[in-house]
Design a protein around this ligand. Structure first.
Ligand code: 4GX
Length: 249
């Protein structure tokens, strides 16, 4: 999988991509991340990437020419490349979008700053717009890091244990169950008995129930999506009970 990142701050990515799973995926040849300084695609003496908005108003807008030049030079010859703009106006980046991206092969991530980018860039050169959440950041760089991290974990072979990916939050549409490690008692706080017993069926059931309770309590929105039919049939009855409770709230 290849990511090209277009940004006025390529340096801020380096540390983030130098550690952990992303680093391992690069070293293993599963991932190729290329950073591009947008200013390298300017042609004026001041390497200007922004300008004042037509119509007036506060702030600056990213000029079209450097963005078009960067995007075209990175996608030319690759009809399968997808260009993605990080923006609060985009569709919400969630685990299903991450899965979609993980099958794409080549993604150009465009990081905006200031008040945004000239709309002609969005219309003519951007395939997809995604937001990492409903809050205002100062640039698309952190969202781009989020996308690279979440997608990398889904590349086959990038995470040591394939099983841990499937068990994780959202893989099954639910929040994680609580985890414990040694000691079995700490400051009077005990690890739930069922986890010490070694009855794997019971442990599985307990974990499933905790996941459902947590999801119902903290993220009821996750239970009212269309994922129910993909779930373990024996658990559906309990789920329906919990979803019932959610709807009563
Ligand atoms: N999830 N921001 C981008 C500048 C901007 C605005 C419009 C392109 C179009 C954000 C988010 C986010 C702030 C990054 C505005 N660039 N991006 N920036 N939340 O808040 O993705």
């Amino acid at each position: 999988m290849r990511f090209d990142v277009v940004t006025i701050f390529p340096e801020i990515f380096r540390g983030v991509f130098e550690f952990g799973i992303v680093r391992r995926a690069i070293d293993a040849g599963l991932l190729d991340i290329r950073l591009h300084d947008l200013r390298d695609y300017t042609s004026d003496r001041h390497r200007q990437v922004d300008d004042r908005p037509f119509g007036g108003g506060a702030g600056m807008v990213m000029k079209p020419e450097p963005l078009f030049r960067a995007i075209e030079s990175l996608t030319h010859g690759d009809g399968n490349a997808s260009t993605v703009l990080l923006t609060p106006q985009g569709r919400l980046f969630d685990q299903s979008v991450a899965r979609e991206f993980a099958t794409t092969g080549h993604i150009v991530l465009v990081c905006g700053r200031y008040e945004g980018v000239d709309e002609r860039v969005v219309e003519a050169a951007i395939d997809d717009e995604v937001s990492i959440g409903d809050y205002v950041l100062s640039g698309g760089e952190i969202p781009a890091m989020v996308v690279v991290d979440a997608v990398t974990r889904l590349l086959p072979g990038a995470v040591g244990c394939e099983e841990s990916i499937e068990r994780e939050s959202f893989a099954n549409g639910l929040l994680d169950y609580p985890q414990y490690t040694r000691p079995a008692e700490y400051r009077g706080m005990k690890v739930p008995e069922v986890l010490l017993g070694g009855n794997h069926g019971e442990i599985e059931q307990w974990r499933r129930r905790k996941s459902l309770e947590r999801t119902a309590g903290r993220r009821p929105d996750l239970l009212v999506t269309d994922k129910a039919d993909q779930r373990d049939p024996e658990q559906i009855q309990r789920e329906i009970e919990l979803e019932g409770k959610v709807k009563e709230l």
